[in-house]
Design a protein around this ligand. Sequence first.
Ligand code: PRP
Ligand code: ZN
Length: 298
Amino acid sequence: MLNQNRLRIAMQKSGRLSYDSKKILNSCGIKINLTKNKLIAFAENMPIDVMCVRDDDIPGLVIDGVVDLGIVGENVIKEKLIYDKINYKKNKYKILKKLDFGICRLSIAIPVNNTYNGLLSLNNMRIATSYPNLLKKYLDSKKISFKSFVLTGSVEVAPKAGLADSICDLVSTGATLEANGLKEVKIIYKFKACLISNNKIDYVKQNVVDKLLTRIQGVIKARESKYIMLHVPKNKLEQVVLLLKGAEKPTVLKLVGDNTKVAMHMVSRENLFWETMEKLKLLGASSILVLPIEKMME
Ligand code: PRP
Ligand code: ZN
């Protein structure tokens, strides 16, 4: 039985978002023991319960107040938004935060052996999809007529089964398309995961939501940032700082036995690519260390 005083969060049971949803909650310090077949897990150290459900059910559960928050793809949200608009339904949830995972695209794919010469090739096609409203919005804007064939799962088998000429589905790695003899011909939208919330959250739970949001922001910032330590020629300090967009001013320390260089420590907002490291090297920097940051609070 769910305790009404605890914050309830829904996440995807099994699919693209499951691993990262669990990971971000863990990184926020929420101790949950989510085993494979468990539908509900109770956090030991915070008043939070986590429910694992089908991703498509998450907006409904949030709207009905069965759960307070949900971690779900923008794809599910945007599709529902259009559906609600058409059916004069009001939005009873809000997007609290865009997350940094679950990156995917909604694409049109056709059998590998078929030819594609731009969007006109799709004219009058029968397209299988779980996203009929997003597909219609896009193709209407391009004045392409088509028939949608709505399927809630296994969309990728529709062309082989003779149910449709092409599909419009989410693509992440592209493995599902490849395994089903399909090729991606047009990306129509791009999405990420996001955290949504019911509009009515009482003040006790709101405190937990605020704490969670601050932690999520900290986790995302930490994931985007790196701690960098390096030795820099004194006369190149400014140029090095320009290369490394920092969260704060760098710390500069003396080096024992070397008057030409100093040691510099700083948090860099950008993921440091090899190209930046090579530019630092050209400026005369040495002993360059880039370390991951676990937590961050500003
Ligand atoms: C999507 C989509 C494909 C898969 C594509 O499913 O329907 O099945 O991801 O990923 P890939 O390009 O890495 O192979 P989703 O995770 O949304 O689950 P669902 O269809 O069960 O809702
Ligand atoms: Zn789904």
